[in-house]
Design a protein around this ligand. Structure first.
Ligand code: SAM
Ligand code: SF4
Length: 218
């Protein structure tokens, strides 16, 4: 049938099918709401004085059901939200499991009870969790405003103990640039992967968050 079609139409159909095939081998990074409790000073959310005006809505289970079928890997991260605040999030993790899709989570907020994190971990053991803990647990809130870093570290330890892949994402700032080794040792002690990130989001050379060691800024 396709061989009898005009060449342009045939090419368009072939290209549409191959694009769908391409997507099915790709990862999709999602904002699943417009909500976050933290106020990290370099986040895009800072551009909105009234947080109610931040664009986006809570993604529904019906919407996610379409997306999860289409991609190979879902990354719950986004640009303006923290994934833990979508009330359907744990359902999304179980849908990834049912569809046999890879999943990962980037989170820094800590305003969910320990029991919620335990339920989320138990729902899908294959999900990789990346925690934004920028510095030692007690100092991370200097950038991650409103974060309880000590609680979040307990959450990370619980996840690692259950055998999940837990990553400590450590963005280097002036207040934590001398604690990288110590944090790395803590991560190793608890079976947590440790990844140092160099930010490029500086307001010039005198930005108080900018590490003094120039090797630590992009
Ligand atoms: C907007 S956040 C959304 C996910 C989640 N709320 C979080 O913060 O991990 C997207 C990514 O930006 C990263 N990020 C936050 N502040 C940053 C900074 N100053 N420099 C570089 N990356 C940053 C976060 O760690 C996360 O990996
Ligand atoms: S936790 Fe993530 S989304 Fe929330 S303010 Fe910080 S960078 Fe932005």
């Amino acid at each position: 049938m396709i061989g009898m079609m005009p060449v342009n139409l045939r090419d368009n159909i072939v290209s549409l099918f191959s694009r769908k095939f391409e997507f099915q081998h790709k990862a999709c990074n999602l904002d699943i709401s417009n909500l976050c409790t933290l106020e990290c000073p370099k986040c895009m959310r800072i551009d909105w004085k009234d947080k109610k005006d931040i664009p986006g809505k809570i993604m529904t289970v019906e919407q996610f059901a379409k997306i999860v079928k289409y991609f190979r890997h879902i990354h719950f991260c986004g640009q303006i939200s923290d994934p833990i605040f979508n009330p359907n999030f744990i359902t999304f993790l179980s849908m990834c499991k049912e569809e046999n899709k890879r999943s990962s989570v980037s989170t820094a907020a800590s305003q969910r009870p320990m029991s919620w994190y335990e339920r989320a971990f138990d729902t899908n053991f294959r999900t990789k969790w990346i925690f934004g803990l920028d510095g030692l647990p007690e100092e991370s809130c200097l950038y991650r405003i409103n974060q309880d870093g000590e609680k979040l570290f307990e959450v990370m330890k619980m996840g690692a103990k259950k055998g999940l892949r837990i990553e400590w994402q450590y963005i280097v700032f002036s207040y934590n640039e001398n604690h990288i080794e110590e944090a790395n040792d803590m991560a190793r002690d608890y079976g947590i992967e440790f990844v140092v990130n160099y930010s490029g989001r500086w307001n010039g050379k005198s930005d108080p968050y900018r590490p003094r060691n120039s090797e630590f800024s992009a």
